[in-house]
Design a protein around this ligand. Structure first.
Ligand code: KIV
Length: 274
């Protein structure tokens, strides 16, 4: 059964499992496999739409993919990312987050940023929309952070991540994603705040973990970060299947009679003879 936001908020040390799902089949597979929370992440811009960052992703993209994921997993708790520049003011954030819930079926939104986005998170939560925070590496603003790199190795960026997570709790988030931070910092943040932390590239001591579906199953041909464990090589499996299909079509061995439909010989005779 779908957890409530209050139940999720209470899941400290519960080893929550979150996974991205951007469409009908991946949402259905993840929900059937027992994933606790599905994330329609704006990483879809890179792994599904072929952009080299999440910056070009639009609200229309997120609405479209959320609707598809919702159809695949009607009973799942579904979080959708607010894309880059869709939450620059409280009014804009409430309007866009509201669309994701009302028009596409999301249960909550996620937005990236630390102390600087706290007033926006507060307004969205006050409007009745559950929010998941996201600190550490924030891919939408990766270029201002020096690229897709570990955050919190030095005192300044470690403090920024810690203060950001504390601010997200104070602003009313039900949980916070910690992306690409050293494991001891993630452990400290997890102890310091009372809402669940969900780590990606943040070590084992967070309250939950999240991965990108395409990374986990080996469907993304681009760069695979060190923290990713590929549990399957689905891309390779699919490529071999497509090669076999192409070879059989060219050899005339597919389709066979068993893949074809018959018709009554007298019907064929009548139409052949006009
Ligand atoms: O967009 C995404 O997939 C994310 C996860 C990496 C947490 O934000």
């Amino acid at each position: 059964m779908k957890p409530t936001v209050l139940e999720l908020k209470g899941k400290k040390a519960a080893r929550l499992v979150m996974l991205t799902a951007y469409d009908y089949p991946t949402a259905k597979i993840a929900a059937d496999a027992g994933v606790d929370v599905l994330l329609v992440g704006d990483s879809l811009g890179m792994v599904v739409l072929g952009y080299d960052s999440t910056v070009p992703v639009t609200m229309e993209d997120m609405l479209h993919h959320t609707r598809a994921a919702r159809r695949g997993a009607p009973g799942a708790f579904l979080v959708t990312d607010l894309p880059f520049l869709s939450f620059t003011s409280p009014e804009q954030a409430i309007a866009n987050a509201g669309r994701l819930l009302k028009e596409a079926g999301a249960d909550a939104v996620k937005l990236e940023g630390g102390t600087e986005v706290a007033p926006i998170v507060e307004a969205v939560v006050r409007a009745g929309i559950p929010v998941l925070g996201h600190v550490g590496l924030t891919p939408q603003t990766a270029s201002s952070l020096g690229g897709f790199k570990l955050q919190g190795k030095d005192e300044e960026t470690a403090r920024r991540a810690l203060e950001g997570a504390v601010a997200m709790e104070a602003a009313g988030c039900w949980g916070v994603v910690l992306e690409l931070v050293p494991a001891p910092l993630a452990a400290l943040i997890t102890q310091r705040i009372s809402i669940p932390t969900i780590g990606i590239g943040a070590g084992p001591d967070t309250d939950g973990q999240v991965l990108v579906f395409h990374d986990l199953v080996g469907l993304f041909a681009g760069y695979t970060p060190k923290f990713v464990k590929r549990y399957a090589e689905a891309g390779e499996l699919i490529r071999r299947a497509v090669e076999a299909y192409a070879a059989e079509v060219r050899a005339g061995t597919y389709p066979t009679a068993s893949h074809s439909f018959r018709m009554e010989p007298d019907v064929l005779k009548r139409i052949t003879e006009g």
